[in-house]
Design a protein around this ligand. Structure first.
Ligand SMILES: *[C@@H]1O[C@H](CO)[C@@H](O)[C@H](O)[C@H]1NC(C)=O
Ligand SMILES: *[C@@H]1O[C@H](CO)[C@@H](O)[C@H](O)[C@H]1NC(C)=O
Ligand SMILES: *[C@@H]1O[C@H](CO)[C@@H](O)[C@H](O)[C@H]1NC(C)=O
Length: 432
């Protein structure tokens, strides 16, 4: 054999070796009434499947995704809060959820798919759990004898910090709860909220959850023991939009991972945006806020009138109801592929509720934001992009024809916002 031949064999052999990769068998358990939480979590598991891992997902939502190595099963029956009471404070909203969460706990354990999992005890290498007031699920990876990985759609806050002893800043802005302000009294109120949540989680919910775990998985360790035996926490936050926070090495920020995989736009939306030579605006209040229930008619009319005035700029408007008063340049749709739309070069402005997923997407694609926050962390997220110089905020109560028109005009015509959006956010020390 000549030298060339040796070389060919060497290359072939090396290629064979490197083609051998270790793949794992991974189970995802998502039990949530937040569709956005499910969607990003599912995107994570789909990415793992695409990398060659074998992934099973049990979730309270079912998308009918068809990719190799990825199997979905629907966990049925989760109870979803009827409507969002935006007048209620965070703590009182959580308190009204307690009976619902307790009911959902029972529905979870009674689920046919969960009962089958307990009976057959299949072999996995790791379990990824989506947590939010549902630490009882951690009994399952323990029962299956595999390491627990937590995926959370929030960042560093007390719910996630406890799993890996990450330092907690009780007085700090909380990415999930938001904070009234960074004033002295704002800090006190954040601290009190933290104390109340600790009591709620560690004493009230845990005792209830322990009881049920003993019923459905006798001999389970306590919730306290389970939460202290977590191997890895993946948080869907990113330092680009989260105020400075400490992170222990096994709590990892993966925020933005779901924004990077762009899909092709449906042809009608592609044509619509391509033809928007003067620019386009996306209006979307996320997957929880309902236009019919949460946006008063008066404000909706103002918004529609304001959007009509910016023609020939085109608008894509997400709404679960039809809006007969929509002006000609506004296309109303029940569902819009938000991330792919934000990636379109003609898109000039995103009118958003400021959810973490939406804010991350705006940052990733460099689109200025008009934030209309509703609850939880939305106000805090919008603050982050305001500080970075590419957003404005209008509280629902502040929306008048004058404020709305002037906010969108400023964001669309003053090029400072678009320039700052492209250069991305920076944080000062005071924003903690
Ligand atoms: C919230 O408050 C406003 C006025 O402050 C009232 O009009 C509205 O009906 C309230 N909504 C709910 C769900 O209680
Ligand atoms: C912690 O989890 C591991 C599996 O990752 C398990 O082997 C171990 O028994 C658990 N320890 C406790 C105290 O539950
Ligand atoms: C554009 O916006 C920036 C930041 O708010 C402001 O400092 C600047 O004066 C504005 N420019 C004009 C022409 O209004």
């Amino acid at each position: 054999m000549g030298n060339d031949m040796y070389l060919t064999w060497l290359v072939a052999f090396t290629a064979l070796l490197s083609a051998q990769v270790d793949t794992a068998k991974i189970l995802g358990i998502f039990w949530t009434f937040g569709r956005s939480h499910h969607l990003t979590g599912s995107a994570l598991l789909q990415a793992l499947a695409t990398k060659g891992h074998e992934v099973d997902l049990l979730s309270s939502f079912y998308d009918d995704v068809k990719i190799p190595n990825f199997k979905e099963e629907h966990l049925k029956g989760i109870m979803i809060p009827d409507t969002l009471n935006l007048n209620a404070s965070t703590i009182s909203r959580i308190i009204t959820y307690i009976p619902l969460m307790n009911k959902n706990l029972e529905i979870f354990w009674e689920n046919e798919a969960i009962q089958r999992l307990i009976k057959t005890k299949p072999k996995y290498d790791a379990v990824i759990v989506l947590t939010f007031f549902n630490d009882y699920i951690l009994a399952l990876p323990h029962y299956l004898g595999v390491p627990t990985i937590i995926y959370s759609s929030g960042g560093s806050y007390r719910f996630n910090n406890k799993y890996v002893a990450n330092p907690n800043l009780p007085y700090g802005k909380s990415i999930i709860m938001g904070a009234p302000s960074t004033s002295f009294f704002g800090r006190i109120s954040s601290t009190l909220l933290n104390i109340m949540l600790t009591i709620l989680e560690d004493y009230i919910l845990a005792s209830f959850q322990n009881e049920y775990n003993q019923k459905y998985l006798p001999g389970s360790p306590t919730i306290e023991q389970l939460t202290k035996n977590v191997s890895l926490v993946l948080v869907n936050s990113h330092f680009a939009i989260e105020p400075p926070r400490p992170y222990v090495p096994n709590m990892i920020q993966i925020g933005g991972f779901h924004t990077q995989k762009m899909k092709k736009l449906p042809q009608d939306i592609q044509n619509y945006l391509d033809s928007a030579k003067e620019g386009a605006v996306l209006f979307s209040m996320g997957s929880v806020v309902e236009i019919k229930v949460n946006l008063p008619k008066e404000q909706l009319d103002i918004i529609m009138a304001g959007l009509g005035k910016i023609a020939p700029i085109k608008v894509l408007f997400k709404s679960e109801i039809e809006i007969p008063t929509a002006p000609k340049n506004v296309l109303v749709s029940k569902w819009l592929p938000q991330n792919d739309i934000l990636a379109h070069p003609n898109l000039k402005l995103f009118i958003s509720h400021g959810g973490l997923g939406s804010t991350t997407e705006a940052v990733f694609h460099g689109v200025p934001v008009l934030g209309i926050p509703f609850f939880a962390d939305q106000k805090t997220n919008i603050d982050s992009v305001i500080e970075a110089g590419f957003a404005k905020r209008l509280e629902l109560g502040e929306i008048t024809q004058k404020t709305f028109d002037s906010a969108i005009k400023e964001l669309l015509t003053n090029s400072t916002y678009a320039a700052n959006a492209k250069s991305g956010p920076r944080f000062s020390r005071t924003s903690r």
